[in-house]
Design a binder for this molecule. Sequence first.
Ligand code: SAJ
Length: 401
Amino acid sequence: MVVQFLGLGYIGLPTAAVVARKGVHVHGVDVNAHVVDTINRGLIHIVEPGLDTLVRDCVADGYLKASDTPVEADVHLIVVPTPFKGVHEPDISFVEAATRRVLPFLKGGDTFIIESTSPVGTTEQMAALIFRERPELEGHLYIAYCPERVLPGNVLHELVHNDRVIGGIDEASTEKAMEFYRLFVEGELHATNARTAEMCKLTENSSRDVQIAFANELSLICDRAGINVWDLIKLANKHPRVNILQPGSGVGGHCIAVDPWFIVADYPRESRLIGMAREINNYKSFWCAEKIKNAMLEFELRHGRKPLTALMGLAFKPDIDDLRESPAKYITQKVMQSEQDNFLVVEPNIPEHSVFKLTDVDDAYERADIVAFLVAHKEFKLLPWRDDKVMLDFAGVFRRH
Ligand code: SAJ
């Protein structure tokens, strides 16, 4: 059996390696020559705990090979990004390009699975494309959608232990795809159809986004009402059927801040709450930037000099080095737009940054007049509260439980 992965990024590579570890021959395809070369040398191009040794071993054993061209295989997986185009519209051109690349290599009896986050109907569209170009394959291919649901930083564990939702374009396709995932998944496999599986992925991330928006909206209300939002949420969560998430400086990453738009783009009239949640979470970052700027002005008026402001954290969530779509980075850029001086930027999870000069945690905390906590990194939680500074704790560093 040969399994082929189109896309060797944050999800494709770990999944390819986990499958290869099962003694299956895996052929990975990527358009980026550097990625192909790195993997074939037994190295990795992304940061994910445990992945380096896993890839090294699979490549050394000959089970994992990377290339820029597809081959014939039994199972083909599409694991490429689905970014935006225009105003928050899903761009499935990478999925389509990968499907077109693999098209000439498909043969009767093969299984074709899309894992990329996709708008509802994408799997059916790709099936139609395949059968248009290769009509002789109609009725002889198994085509399914199975979204990944792993948390960055814990990918290798979750790939094996999370449940999977698997939806084929027909029942035989669902069954065949489930057979493949049984190879390496220890979580439960849930059968459905392709459209439901596509919507399920978008629903999971939209649900989390809506819940975080509720917490963020509460934080704005509490700020006006003079109530500590962290204490409030802690108390409300004592109710047996209430479980409010944590407010923060906004919602980032390349999943939760993106996927809800896929629903809104296709069903704008019906998805008012989902769209509004996106706007509330984006507004929260803007609001934090305004709060910092106002605090700086107030300080200057009161003390007759410009304050030194520490911006604590750049990553999109606590204790990771990933800065993609980060609200903390957005806030830092926004407040530093008009002047570069009088800021200390702190991010303990990366050694340096191409735009921001980084300052050590303790040094910045000691020197700053205003301290804005943008991310609740563990290093920040060790700091003592300081009454002699203007403290803007957007991330709940001192209150989060
Ligand atoms: N956040 C809050 N308050 C909270 C929880 C999170 O403000 O109470 C913020 C974080 O700081 C971050 C953003 O939300 O900026 C997203 O972080 P996250 O930890 O909620 O999720 P991701 O983006 O790392 O991973 C999500 C996961 N989806 C869900 O939990 C429903 C993961 O399982 C998915 O596989 C992943 O998206 C994906 O690839 O879609």
